[in-house]
Design a protein around this ligand. Structure first.
Ligand code: B16
Ligand code: MG
Length: 217
């Protein structure tokens, strides 16, 4: 029985991944190397510092922690310049209709994101007030695939994990949902998100009745 839905943010509610990509690219250029879209794929759902470590490792660079903190701040400054321009136009297709249908069915909703900028992004796109609970990178210590972010969301909603469905676009997020004993819908393709209960390419056409049926299959 589904009582709550927990949404990842980047790649599920809004495509902020393109701004992360532009910011990592700018940082790579600053450091004197190239950064490809394929490399950016590997950073989905990964925390800021862990992302930087992957970027540096790919370039064969090793730096002391203090310098990495400064680089994270630089990347985040650029990322914030980009997200300052965001509007509700950037909400991904079908998201608002699906959330509205969940609310009509008395399903609670939470955000479960690794981003420390989630509050600002949700404010920019006008969705901050829609969630019954918001858990982001400022509330948790352990990054996905650890289930902490989703378990805290379920706790704040006062719903047992087995009655929660997580919506995720990153492999680490799907693994986190499973580790938390929750159902999971992958936003993307099965080759990457195959561990999810099922995958969709977007929320367009999805409603609570279809969700329930698909999870019973
Ligand atoms: P920030 P999600 C994640 O958001 C992004 O997918 C990932 O690329 C980013 O590095 C991470 O948030 C941290 O973001 O730098 O804003 O704290 O998919 O978990 O909503
Ligand atoms: Mg994501």
């Amino acid at each position: 029985m589904i009582k709550a839905c927990i949404f990842d943010m980047d790649g599920v509610i809004v495509d902020s991944a393109k701004y992360h990509y532009m910011s990592w690219q700018r940082l790579s250029k600053h450091l004197g190397f190239e950064f490809s879209e394929a490399q950016n794929e590997m950073l989905k759902g990964i925390s800021r510092m862990n992302s930087l470590e992957i970027v540096l490792e790919n370039a064969g660079i090793s730096l002391p922690y203090e310098e990495k903190v400064l680089l994270c701040e630089m990347k985040n400054g650029w990322f914030n310049e980009y997200i300052d321009t965001m509007t509700s136009d950037e909400i991904l297709p079908g998201v608002l209709d699906f959330i509205s249908d969940l609310k009509h069915n008395n399903i609670k909703i939470a955000l479960g994101s690794a981003s420390r900028n989630a509050n600002k992004i949700l404010t920019k796109i006008g969705m901050l007030e829609m969630f019954d609970a918001i858990v982001d990178g400022t509330h948790v210590e352990k990054a996905k695939p650890n289930p902490e972010v989703f378990l805290l969301g379920a706790k704040l909603l006062d719903v047992a994990p087995q009655h929660c469905v997580v919506f995720e676009d990153a492999q680490s997020g799907v693994e986190a949902a499973i580790a938390g004993n929750m159902k999971c819908v992958g936003i993307g393709t099965e080759d990457i998100l195959g561990k999810a209960n099922f995958c969709i390419s977007s929320f367009e056409g999805l409603n609570f009745a279809i969700l329930q049926n698909k999870l019973k299959e």
